[in-house]
Design a binder for this molecule. Structure first.
Ligand SMILES: Cc1cc2nc3c(=O)[nH]c(=O)nc-3n(C[C@H](O)[C@H](O)[C@H](O)COP(=O)(O)OP(=O)(O)OC[C@H]3O[C@@H](n4cnc5c(N)ncnc54)[C@H](O)[C@@H]3O)c2cc1C
Length: 402
């Protein structure tokens, strides 16, 4: 422990107990005792009126950060298919590795996924650490965490990026706790401070009301999870060459406490907003849940999927999996049509990088028009049926134009 109580000086006033933000101090036999919850924040040291608490000197915090080099990306795959977020992380990881003048390594775990290892090189990895085992065919927290922790301890990367998928959100904290380093979850921007090779990890904080930039100065690797759809995908280069290191992990069946007995897919397929090229989104301007039928008709006509604002999700008009925005999905489709959506900042945060944005709103001053490439001022119940009719007759219309 790095904070200690000088028992002879303690007057049992209890000020430290009251002020400790982590509830880590108790009074035992009229003397303050620091417990396991202590984070060495130092509040008690400052608050003690008789200087009876001090930080122990001589104990070095952290690791020797110069021992750590290289940027790693967890290349998540499911059923032998690489997730888009892995390609996005390779794009971001490549930029960071180039700035730090170091190597980019993809960590791929699975069974018989050699083709994915090749793919990772073409998407920008200098090295691929490919752990191949029947025990890694499906994700388990124990199996994946053990293999990755051992790799980290042996090879010492300075940065590790993981997609903020359900699996990534389970795996990241397990690894960071086990190897004793910090992890910033759900990052939306990553930069580097070249002077001290620190990763500047930005994410929404305090309910999304401000953006916080977080650093991990004393421990390595610096770990972040990054939301799918936020970063740009790496470019595929057929001619790229890299080093693939296939290994058999040191893993036994007994290492994995949870056994996957069976997969039961949810009744309703989850909408894949992040991967959609065309999204038609509905907002509170639809007036009622039935309005989403119209949105669906337009989306189907265009071969797209249905998105939604949070207001409609909160109202119970549509499932949360359709929500676009800061607390929903981040999307960047070729075409985004916002119907009856005002354009609140939290909605824009999830869709403003779409290639072409069309907004339909009856209020000509709605903020959504500020980010829209094309704006239609009108009632969704008049405009959308006309659009659908227009699409039905597109051949005729094109002929008449030509
Ligand atoms: C921490 C936090 C996180 C949030 N996260 C998200 C998020 O992830 N995603 C999100 O969307 N929101 C989010 N919000 C909520 C956000 O602030 C807005 O409240 C929400 O986006 C509003 O939804 P809306 O545009 O559908 O509704 P409104 O703001 O009520 O807008 C309705 C619009 O429809 C128009 N309209 C009405 N009738 C018609 C009609 N017949 N035809 C055409 N137009 C019509 C109106 O002019 C209006 O512009 C978050 C808020 C907070 C505080």
């Amino acid at each position: 422990m790095a904070v200690k109580v000088i028992a002879e000086k303690c007057i049992s006033c209890g000020i430290c107990v009251k002020n400790c933000p982590f509830d880590a101090i108790d009074m035992v036999d009229k003397k303050a005792v620091i417990g396991d919850k202590c984070t060495i924040c130092g509040v008690c040291v400052q608050k003690c009126p008789v200087e009876a608490i001090e930080k122990e000197e001589g104990e070095k915090r952290g690791v020797d950060i110069d021992d750590y080099r290289g940027v790693w990306v967890f290349a998540e795959q499911r059923e032998g298919k690489l997730l888009n977020v892995a390609i996005e992380l390779l794009g971001e990881g490549r930029k960071i590795a180039d700035k730090l003048n170091t190597q980019l390594t993809a960590v791929l775990l699975g069974n018989n996924v050699d083709d994915l290892a090749e793919k990772l090189v073409k998407y920008g990895a200098d090295n691929v650490l490919y752990g191949d085992s029947k025990l890694l065919e499906v994700y388990t927290t124990d199996g994946y965490a053990k293999v990755i922790c051992e790799l980290i301890e042996e090879r010492k990367p300075e940065i590790m990026l993981i997609g903020a998928t359900n699996i990534g959100r389970d795996l990241g904290p397990r690894i960071s706790a086990r190897i004793h380093t910090g992890l910033t979850a759900d990052c939306t921007r990553l930069e580097v401070d070249l002077e001290n090779r620190r990763l500047l990890q930005t994410r929404p904080a305090f309910g999304g009301n401000l953006m916080a930039t977080i650093i991990c100065p004393n421990y390595r690797p610096q770990m972040s999870t990054v939301r799918p759809g936020v970063m740009e995908k790496a470019k595929y280069d057929e001619n790229r060459q890299g080093n693939i290191e296939k290994f058999t992990p040191n893993l036994e069946e007994e290492d994995i406490k949870a056994k996957v007995v069976e997969f039961v897919k949810g009744g309703k397929a989850q909408v894949k907003l992040e991967e959609a090229n065309i999204i038609v989104s509905g907002g509170r301007g639809l007036g009622n849940p039935e309005g989403f039928k119209l949105i669906e008709d337009l989306a189907n006509k265009l071969g797209g999927v249905v998105g939604a604002s949070r207001a409609t999700v909160d109202a119970g008009w549509i499932e949360q999996s359709h929500q676009v925005g800061q607390t929903g999905k981040t999307v960047r489709p070729t075409l985004y049509i916002a119907c009856g959506i005002s354009g609140a900042i939290q909605h824009l945060a999830g869709m403003q990088d779409s290639k072409v944005i069309i907004a339909i709103n009856k209020d000509k001053d709605a903020p959504i028009f500020k980010v829209a490439d094309y704006g239609i001022v009108g009632d969704v119940y008049e405009v959308i049926p006309e659009l659908i009719e227009g699409l039905d007759n597109i051949d005729e219309i094109m002929e008449s134009i030509n």
